[in-house]
Design a protein. Structure first.
Lengths: 362, 356
């Protein structure tokens, strides 16, 4: 910031000297960056991955940045105070890492026009509020391929949080990946109406297993579903983080979130005074979604199949929602030869073919 | 047994109001020890926890904003607690208040009158009372345990709110996210101090605390309920109705919690979302006891409790202390308070091995 202003106001002739001055000023004054986390950092899960990203950024940029974070900030009246506090105490860049921080972030951003805010998973943007998210569904498609090959009962169980587009994209991509290699496969879903509730998540996983599912996937935050799968002797996929230590036998792989490169890039842009908040939605190609190491029980040929699909996703040759996409009722949502555009993905509110049960009514 | 507790014949009068201060002092001392154990400078921790949050006007405004629901709920609960009516479910009553008040705001979007807010506060009180009436009815009719019933209804209330914001009251422009529309300006408390979030809900809370004080300190009914709590048999002998105590105790807590719920959604939040309270209904139980079940004491206790929340955030930002530190401090405060209460009412006798 300082460098930017100085360079802007001094003439070209003194620019070299100015850069030297700015360089030393910058060495003394790192860019202050704030993070707001919705849960304790812990050792796995949504917030853990954001904190790994923060640490990666610190490692890459070293003394150029100074970060602060506040964990376990509830989505409600408290969030606005914490965000405001960070903005008021000289943080030039603030990452708010949960959907429920959307309105508080936008409110605070209006009173701090010079601070840049980046809000994860939301949809409201301003001049100084950007949004970022990852195409989690791409990782889901890949785990679906493994599920389709590893299941014996042809039923996978899915522990899900809330019926919002992001979660439905995941369920549907998983189902499509699974059925791409196993057309008989079906997916059963249980909604736990919470992002983090180990008790209910475990119960949901156990119920799904008793209904015949021999593979458990989850879109929730705790390690309980993986642990339940381990105890019942079935397979599972972790989510957010590599959860293999919670169920070494059950855990086939995990679709993990990688924010480090994104945080580093945004911070570098901000240091250079060139950051423009925008709408970022990165996937496997951008390194924001990555599979954890695959369990050796998965046969070589299946691992190779997954690697090929991953390469195709990266190259854009494969799309998790390449037509024809039919919803549960048989209605065609994407015609053959086309892929679903982002604006349709962003409002997904149905199950695709192969998911059992009814979506909770609107 | 090496130690034995013996009841004192008459607890010292001077000690009646001392325990909260002793507890606060001990909490600070223990806090020093904790920050030393975590390798932090205890003075810096003390500063971050207790001074920094209130070192600006905005900080003071935040302190009062956060203390408002706590003092409101604790005042309502204290009325019941004094009569041994144990309403543990204020969190659920708060949610019902938010649903009733917020529901009104969502269903009257075009109304542009200050009366809308007044109606929302009344609706919120009604919602909280309705939720509290369930354990009251079950206790007075069937002698069920109001602690269990009121506590379990918290989970029912939270699921009800979750259902409402996901289905009938969901914002159609909200990409299916579980949240309602934002409230119109007429449905929001006006801001008291420019460029802060302190709103007129604080005045409502003060008014309720004042009414609570009048009730417990000056009214005959308040006196009857206190007698019922101190000596149930004497109250029955004097013809005071135990059933009425239960009803008034539960409804007072419910109404206050309901108003607090409206204060959150019509204040800093401005819409209905699945989670609207970080546990004010439970924290208020600590506030009620630290405040000696007296509305004046509750006012100060709510400020202290609010400071612990804000201080916990500052300690995280400044010293990288974990977020659990807030809960730790709140827990220590209550523990030291109950501990000093025990020592005031009982004396500890050391027993010789032979005697044991």
């Amino acid at each position: 910031m300082i460098r930017h202003q100085i360079v802007k106001f001094l003439g070209a002739a003194t620019a070299a000297a100015a850069v030297a001055v700015a360089g030393s000023a910058q060495a003394q004054q790192p860019l202050k960056i704030g993070f707001v986390y919705v849960s304790p950092i812990g050792d796995a899960g949504w917030t853990h991955q954001h904190d790994l990203g923060r640490k990666e950024m610190e490692k890459v940029l070293g003394a150029k940045v100074a970060t602060k974070y506040v964990e376990n900030v509830t989505e409600g009246a408290d969030a606005e105070r914490v965000i405001r506090e960070l903005a008021a105490s000289g943080h030039a860049l603030v990452f708010t890492t949960s959907f429920g921080y959307m309105n508080p972030t936008v409110k605070v951003a209006k009173s701090f026009p010079k601070v840049s805010f980046e809000h994860a998973t939301g949809y409201k943007r301003e001049n100084n509020v950007g949004t970022y998210n990852a195409r989690f569904y791409e990782g889901r498609y890949l785990t679906g391929i493994i599920a389709g090959k590893m299941t014996k009962s042809n039923i996978a169980g899915y522990v899900a949080a809330f019926p919002i587009p992001e979660v439905l994209q995941g369920i549907n991509a998983f189902t499509r990946g699974m059925r791409s290699v196993n057309p008989k496969a079906e997916v059963k879903v249980i909604w736990v109406n919470s992002w983090y509730d180990p008790g209910r998540e475990r119960e949901a996983a156990t119920t799904l297993i008793s209904q015949g599912a021999d593979i458990i996937s989850q879109h929730t935050d705790s390690t309980a579903p993986v642990q339940a799968a381990q105890e019942k002797g079935v397979y599972a996929f972790g989510y957010h983080s590599d959860m293999s230590k919670y169920g070494p036998k059950a855990h086939l792989t995990a679709s993990t979130h990688q924010w480090g490169a994104f945080y580093t890039r945004v911070a570098q842009e901000a240091i250079a005074g060139k950051h423009k908040p925008s709408n970022i939605w990165g996937g496997i190609k951008d390194g924001m979604v990555k599979l954890a190491p695959i369990n050796p029980v998965v046969p070589k040929d299946v691992q190779e199949m997954v690697a090929r699909a991953e390469a195709d996703l990266r190259l854009g040759k494969l799309h998790a929602f390449a037509g024809p996409v039919k919803d549960q009722g048989g209605k065609e949502r994407v015609a053959a030869g086309k892929s679903m555009p982002d604006d349709q993905l962003a409002v997904m509110d149905y199950y695709v073919e192969g998911v059992q049960g009814q979506l909770p009514k609107k | 047994m090496w130690l034995r507790l013996e009841a004192r014949a008459a607890p010292s009068r001077a000690m009646r109001y001392l325990p909260p201060l002793v507890a606060a002092a001990l909490t600070i001392v223990a806090g020093f020890a904790v920050s030393l154990a975590l390798g932090r400078d205890p003075l810096a921790a003390f500063y971050a926890f207790f001074v920094q949050p209130v070192s600006s006007l905005n900080g003071v405004a935040e302190l009062l904003l956060k203390a408002s629901p706590l003092m409101l709920i604790a005042t309502g609960l204290a009325i019941g607690y004094r009569a041994n009516v144990w309403n543990i479910g204020a969190e659920g009553q708060l949610i019902l208040g938010a649903i009733f008040g917020g529901g009104l705001a969502l269903h009257l979007p075009g109304v542009d009158s200050r009366w809308l807010l007044a109606a929302m506060v009344l609706a919120g009180a009604l919602g909280g009372m309705l939720w509290a009436a369930i354990p009251a009815l079950l206790r007075s009719r069937f002698n069920t345990n109001e602690i269990l019933v009121s506590l379990m209804l918290v989970y029912v209330a939270s699921l009800l709110l979750s259902y409402l914001v996901q289905e009938p009251w969901r914002d159609p422009q909200g990409f299916n996210f579980p949240q309602s529309k934002m409230f119109a300006d007429a449905a929001l408390y006006p801001i008291l101090l420019d460029s802060t979030r302190l709103n007129a809900g604080f005045l409502v809370a003060l008014a309720v605390v004042a009414c609570g004080w009048l009730f417990v300190a000056k009214s005959f009914l308040g006196y009857q309920m206190r007698v019922a709590g101190l000596a149930g048999a004497a109250a029955r002998y004097a013809g005071f109705s135990a059933r009425r105590s239960v009803w008034i105790g539960m409804l007072a807590g419910g109404a206050a919690a309901g108003i607090a719920g409206v204060g959150e959604v019509a204040g800093p939040i401005g819409q209905l979302t699945p989670s609207i309270s970080p546990g004010y209904g439970f924290a208020a139980i600590i506030v009620a006891f630290v405040g000696r079940l007296n509305p004046v004491g509750i006012f100060f206790a709510s400020l202290l409790m609010s400071l612990l929340y804000l201080g916990g955030e500052a300690a995280q930002m400044e010293l990288r202390l974990p977020s659990a530190i807030t809960g730790l401090f709140q827990g220590m405060l209550l523990f030291f308070l109950l501990g000093s209460d025990v020592l005031i009412h009982y004396r500890v006798r050391l027993l010789r091995r032979a005697a044991a």
